[in-house]
Design a binder for this molecule. Structure first.
Ligand SMILES: Nc1ncnc2c1ncn2[C@@H]1O[C@H](COP(=O)(O)OP(=O)(O)OP(=O)(O)O)[C@@H](O)[C@H]1O
Length: 300
């Protein structure tokens, strides 16, 4: 299984205003490791540098200095040309990340072929169908185009596409912030289920402390480009030590979380801000209290 090692990452942007040039340090000496079977949440307010870290991991931006390395089980660094076989992204906007002119099958076939996971029409079709199954989408969506799908369904296709190369490290940058409230928990539960099933290493980037706590093992808190606090999710979010984390928690829109912060006593189950859902910590899933159905079934 693959591990992702991020060391001493710095990113500076040059800002030009007329003849003046200034340097903005968006990321300052950030380091962490993603390991199989664990989800790390990267939280922080808008502008703290989270997406810049994600974009560097996705190789869409070059670090000013520092390293990002995918490391195989033998401890050897994975070669650059194979990096994307191992590390994949799920972006915030499922509308922008899928091409409106291509079918769902095309979106899945491309990475399958490019990364050598399937050959020939039949095998590609079969694997694409299997990917749809893995993200709980009906197979008959395979010939549809993105505009025929809901936002939640599109994000599931984006997750299937990230899994297509056989990636073991998934970076999800605000994967549900653009979705209807009703689809969010379903998509987060799907990611959590896939993470467990395939022992994935996941970086979950969000400004939402409640879901960071529920869907992650540990949390990194970022402010002005720096990691200011890190630790197990419950410790960091229920008992924040750094004033910045305390201010983020105090501003959390979820009254349950704010109440919990005051009492700082974790309970095995908590009611989410949607009222009728509850989080089962042992199963690591949201459940509808009235029907006891998995939130995946009620919130797709
Ligand atoms: N290409 C760029 N050129 C110049 N400045 C940039 C660029 N990309 C990001 N920045 C700046 O870097 C800082 C960090 O931005 P970043 O998007 O990483 O923050 P963020 O925490 O992801 O915020 P959000 O949650 O709003 O996406 C911000 O001040 C932003 O304006």
């Amino acid at each position: 299984m693959t591990t992702l090692e991020v060391r001493d990452l710095i990113k500076e942007f040059t800002l030009r205003s007329g003849l003046r040039r200034t340097r903005l340090r968006a990321v300052h000496r950030v380091g962490f490791t993603l390991v199989p079977g664990r989800t790390v949440a990267l939280v922080g307010a808008s502008g703290s540098g989270k997406s810049t870290v994600a974009r560097m991991i996705a190789r869409l931006e070059k670090p000013t200095s520092g390293t990002i390395a995918a490391v195989g089980p033998d401890g050897a660094r994975i070669e650059d040309r194979h990096y994307r076989d191992h590390v994949q992204m799920v972006f915030q906007d499922p509308f922008a990340s899928l091409n409106p002119f291509h079918s769902i099958e095309h979106h899945l076939a491309r990475p399958l072929v490019l990364h050598g996971r399937a050959k020939g029409r039949e095998q590609v079709h079969e694997q694409a169908a299997r990917l749809l199954e893995r993200v709980n989408l009906p197979i008959d969506l395979i010939g549809r185009r993105p505009h025929e799908l809901s936002g939640g369904q599109r994000q599931r296709v984006a997750i299937a596409r990230a899994l297509a190369p056989g990636a073991q490290v998934i970076v999800a940058d605000e994967p549900v912030s653009m979705l209807d409230v009703s689809s969010r928990l379903g998509v987060l539960n799907l990611l959590a289920g896939l993470q467990r099933e395939h022992d994935l290493a996941v970086l979950y980037i969000t400004h939402d402390l409640a879901t960071a706590r529920h869907f992650s093992d540990s949390v990194l808190v970022m402010n002005r480009g720096r990691i200011v606090e890190r630790g197990p999710a419950d410790d960091v979010i229920l008992n924040p030590q750094h004033p910045y984390t305390q201010s983020l928690a105090a501003a959390a829109p979820n009254p349950e979380l704010r109440g919990r912060l005051r009492s700082a006593e974790p309970e095995p189950q908590v009611t989410s801000d949607r009222g009728h859902l509850t989080y089962d910590h042992d199963a690591r899933r949201w459940i509808d209290i009235d029907t006891e159905a998995d939130a995946d079934a009620v919130a797709v």
